[in-house]
Design a protein around this ligand. Structure first.
Ligand code: SF4
Ligand code: SF4
Length: 164
């Protein structure tokens, strides 16, 4: 079997996630904030599991892919803060006027609530502007929630603070 394309490109696509069963069902995505663990390789890591406050993440073996119980996930973003692979995100596609995406951010300067930031796609391409609505920090990883244009919730995976 050929190696998955994301190993060559470094880009995990929505189709990859769907194929691996790592996407919440459409109905759950429309209900409100939910974690998406974009973690497609069987690597020995389970740091997200013990830190999830609702015990929503399950791995039977250390090298399994992390599985989220979408009904237990409350979208808190703790997994975003602790994931050493920067592979955990929270999306909220439930609002009619905009999507909300929570991403890890380890660059400086860190964004602040109210900042307008450049939105980067999962390929690292600029795809528009968004407004930061919340920032908190844990161990020098900033957890940034950004309001993005409707339809970009599954595409924006980083924000960039443009220097004037
Ligand atoms: S967002 Fe919070 S509740 Fe949901 S999986 Fe991550 S840590 Fe658990
Ligand atoms: S902490 Fe991140 S890299 Fe490790 S298993 Fe969880 S989602 Fe994957």
């Amino acid at each position: 079997m050929p190696a998955p394309e994301f190993r060559r490109s470094g880009v995990v696509t929505v189709e990859d996630l769907r194929g691996l069963g790592l996407l919440p069902p459409e109905g759950r995505l429309r209900e409100g904030a939910v974690a998406i663990l974009e973690c497609p390789e069987m690597i020995p890591c389970n740091i997200c599991v013990p830190y999830c406050p609702t015990k929503a993440i399950r791995m039977d073996r250390l090298v399994d892919l992390p599985r989220v119980d979408w009904d237990k996930c409350v979208g808190c973003g703790v997994c975003v803060a602790v994931c050493s692979g920067l592979a955990a995100f929270v999306v909220d596609l439930s609002k009619s006027d905009a999507d909300y995406v929570t991403v890890p951010h380890e660059f400086l300067p860190a964004p602040k609530a109210g900042d307008e930031v450049t939105l980067l796609s999962r390929r690292g391409e600029r795809v528009g502007k968004g407004v930061v609505v919340r920032v908190w920090e844990r161990n020098k990883t900033h957890v940034v929630t950004v309001k993005v244009p409707k339809g970009l919730g599954m595409e924006v995976r980083a924000v960039w603070v443009e220097r004037g």
